[in-house]
Design a protein around this ligand. Sequence first.
Ligand SMILES: Cc1ncc(COP(=O)(O)O)c(C=O)c1O
Length: 501
Amino acid sequence: MDFMKLAARLSRLNPRLAAWLERRLTTIPPVHNKIDEQYDDLLRGLEASVKPYRAKFATFARLPAAGLPHDEILAEMEALNKIEKPRWQDGYASGAVYHGDAAHIDFLNRVYALNSQSNPLHSDLWPSAAKYEAEIVSMVARLLGADATGDEICGTMSSGGTESILLAMKAYRDRARDCKGITAPEMIMPVTAHAAFDKAAQYFNIKPIRIPVDQNYRADVAAARRAVTRHTIVIVGSAPSFPHGMIDPIEELSEIARQNQIGFHTDACLGGFILPFAEKLGYLIPPFDFRLPGVTSLSVDTHKYGYAAKGTSVVLYRGADLRHYQYYTAADWPGGLYFSPTFAGSRPGALSAACWAALIAIGEQGYLGATKRILETAAEIRKGIAAIPELRVLGDPLWTIAFASDTLDIYRLMDFMSDRKWSLNGLHRPAAVHLCVTLRHTQPGVADRFLADMKAAVEYVKTRPAAHGGLAPIYGMAATIPFRGMVSELLKRYIDLLHQV
Ligand SMILES: Cc1ncc(COP(=O)(O)O)c(C=O)c1O
């Protein structure tokens, strides 16, 4: 048995021993140097795509001695915009830009410009910001079952799905410490829950208890039940999950939480603005929101299918008491009485204004129509993928369609698609790729182009040997390296590369 296989077996049987061995091994100079060489080699293959402008555009590693004319700066940015815009505008991206119609963008930009100086931290100067935010939270809460429960459903805005999730997990941690004396908190999450939950676990010292998903990529309810201990503060479920677009059994999971008097968080970052409208359109949507008594918090991204500009999300709670555990207040600071609802201090009020404007400009009818177009296009794409013999759709998704191949390297298919301008999401465990369908894909011809390119990708990969570069070798390496620390190190080097001038 070779070393990698031995290490893989060890990390399965005894992850802590494997992590220790990894730390020891990677400090041995020849091993360290060899790994470094491999990282450099892989990252060199990506450098051209990560830093495409070095040769063609001016680079500013330090402040210019004299400021440049506005026209010159705008011309440079317009040139960059011209390169980047067609890719997302013409529907080549998975997720990323969820609306993207020119008139909608222009409208949001005008709203942003009107409010560009607004900062909700100074609610005396901009009471309008507080008005917009309170009304957004109220509109979103009502969309997600607030009216059907006797409880108060309240919440706050945040900067995105990750922040909404971090805030909720912090609130649960602090409440459990305060009310139950829990000092070694645990959170139960399906392996498919968004990485933001793991981030919350790392930031707030909560032990993540990962439960498996079934063959349909939905959380295993029996495993969740078994995982509850006296340290559990919250159970998490997705509606739907980022990787496979599948809705966890929220009803069953939230009931386990309710019976054990612990929190339950529905991550509806992706689904919060699709599922309520899908239900109205007659799709069979399992319950996932505050209509379920066990759901005590929920995250929903206005900057995804709410069609607001990037940088807003809403986190909702059952009861103001839980929301209080999210807030920060400082009563003794010489800088005055200080308070803020979220992690940031100063915040961009213009983004909240643009979010409010998006919600009331689109309205129920607009969201219904958008959802209909998205779900119909996604069904067409899903059918087309399923008809390609070498591909297999994972689970039974509505609009985030993950697919794998039993015969071909799926990451090489993804690299071929990248060469044809597509930006798909690579998944792993199992190896797969997904397309998250947005309004961009509902434009005439986009679904057909995707399927034609996918067929071409299959034909190409079937007949050609692997080439150098692209994401295939990175995912290949991540799949074969048994030591997770080494994969993390590679990702850190990638972030370093992004930060190079
Ligand atoms: C289900 C789910 N939760 C959370 C997030 C995190 O959202 P953000 O990238 O806005 O932080 C995403 C992002 O795609 C998501 O799909």
